[in-house]
Each structure stands twice: as C-alpha cells, then as structure tokens.
Design a protein around this ligand. Structure first.
Ligand SMILES: [Zn+2]
Length: 284
C-alpha cells in the first residue's frame, strides 16, 4: 500500500537519546549542544507516553471520543492523534505509579528548560542548561525504567548510552557540590571575621509554605521557600502539585541561595525529598 512506517514511542526514544548524546559532545558548537538537549527531552516525553500507551492507548490522548474507546476495545491503535503535554503525561504517570510523585521537580526543570530551548530567545548559560537537562533526564529516566518498566536502565539504553548518562551525572553533581562547598568555606571565613556576607539579597515569599534547615554558615535554623510549581489545573486531577525548594535564607547571618539546584546540592537529594514529601520515605 504505502511505504509509511509506524513510529513507535520506545524505539524512537532510544534513537533520540543516542543522537542527543552524540550532539552533546563538548567539542561541538553551542547549537549542537542545544539540539542535543532538545532531543533528550523529546526522547523522555516519548518514553513516558510509551508507558501510558502500553497501559491503555487512550491515556495519551488529549481528547477521547467514543470511537476511540471502541477502536481500543478492538485492539486498534490510536496513532496520528493529538497527545497530551509532557506535564500532563507525567501527571498521569504519577497517578499510575505514585512513587514517581517525588520526582516531579526534575520534570518541572526539564519543562522549563525545554520551553526556553523550543519557544524562547534570550540570555542563557549553556553549561548550566546542558548540565541541568542531562542530570534531570538521567534521574527521571532511571526512575521510570526501574519503577514503570521494571528493568535496569542499562537494559533499555544499550550501546554505552546509559554509561555516558550516568558518568556525566556523577561528574556534574560532584562539581556542583565542590563549587558550593568552596563558597561556603569562603563565606564562613568572612562571617567569622565579623563581616557582612556578600550574598544576594532575597526576600522569602509571604504566601509560600516554609521548611527549616540548618544554615551552613552560622549553624542557626534557616528557612526555605517551598514552591508548588506553575499551576496547570486543566485536568483538575487531585494531587496535581509540583513542589520544589525555591529559595534559602538565613535570617541571622544573611546567607542566601536562590537556585533550586544549589539548594538541593546543599541539603542533599535525599533530604530534599524528605522536606518536600514528609513521611513519604517509608514506602520509597
Ligand atoms: Zn546563617
């Protein structure tokens, strides 16, 4: 009949990760790095849709008609139709796999970076974007493989792809912590000499909930803003909350952090999860 091929979500995703990582070669120009980030993000979206689709093809559709229900009942596919956004797809995935709820902040960062790369122009820090996209995609892909596909990521992403992803993640995280520790050591010295800390002046929000954490400079209890992400309430799904730690401020010494990645580097990934989802840890 025709030479058209059917585009499978999972096969396509694996190809996109591979191509994306090739483009993320540090020797290459900026556009190559940005393209690599975009391909990885599209790949992730395809994996999420693959899992939803394999549960029930209706789960990926933006609008479901009666005919769709009949077709799926007959075992037909619902290809070439408008599917849901990455955010909605992940929200649906967390309805199926509630433990993934705790990973939402990674997806939120991926969506923000994707929106910049795909829709916007402006000043950006390419190293920061590349690092964030790679680390967040690695984190979330790992959780999805383990929890939703019940396989180790290296069984899904073969040909050294997973090695490339994890070794970068370790290096990036290590460098972030090192950078932060250096700054903290410097600020502690200044503080002990009785000088004012040269930290960004930030004001915590009056509307947001707060969590407490020990200040690394003076040892007093500092406050962290708990942001719930940009709302997308179209679906009205209960539990559609996307929390992350958005700003850190010590009222005693004046130490502040306004980058969510740095706050997470300070408190550690595990503590961030406990602060965001108290009591959730037991079943995790
Ligand atoms: Zn302090």
């Amino acid at each position: 009949m025709s030479n058209d091929k059917y585009l499978e979500f999972l096969e396509c995703a694996k190809g996109l990760y591979k191509q994306g990582l090739d483009l993320l070669d540090p020797e290459k120009e900026d556009v190559s790095i940005l393209s690599g980030c975009i391909l990885l993000t599209i790949g992730l979206e395809k994996i999420i849709k693959h899992i939803l689709e394999s549960r029930n093809p209706l789960m990926i559709l933006e609008k479901v008609t009666f005919k769709d229900v009949i077709d799926v009942g007959k075992g037909l596919r619902v290809g070439n139709r408008q599917t849901v956004s990455l955010r909605t797809a992940f929200e649906r995935l967390t309805n199926l796999f509630p433990q993934l709820e705790q990973e939402k902040r990674h997806v939120l960062k991926i969506i923000k970076d994707r929106n910049f790369l795909v829709h916007q122009a402006g000043y950006f820090n390419i190293t920061k974007i590349e690092g964030r996209v790679r680390v967040n995609i690695t984190d979330i892909s790992e959780q999805i493989c383990l929890r939703c596909i019940d396989k180790k990521p290296e069984e899904i992403f073969v040909e050294g792809i997973w090695d490339k992803m994890t070794s970068y993640r370790e290096a990036y995280r290590g460098a972030e912590v090192l950078k932060l520790n250096k700054r903290i050591a410097f600020l502690k010295r200044i503080y002990s000499q009785g000088e004012k800390l040269p930290c960004e002046q930030i004001k915590l929000s009056e509307k947001l909930d707060k969590v407490e954490y020990e200040c690394p400079i003076c040892g007093n209890m500092a406050e962290i803003d708990l942001e719930v992400g940009e709302g997308d309430w179209r679906e009205g799904v209960a539990g559609d909350v996307w929390p992350y730690l958005s700003a850190f401020k010590c009222g005693i010494c004046g130490f502040t952090l306004s980058d969510p990645d740095e706050i997470e580097a300070l408190v550690s990934e595990e503590t961030a999860r406990e602060l965001l989802y108290p009591g959730y840890g037991e079943e995790y």
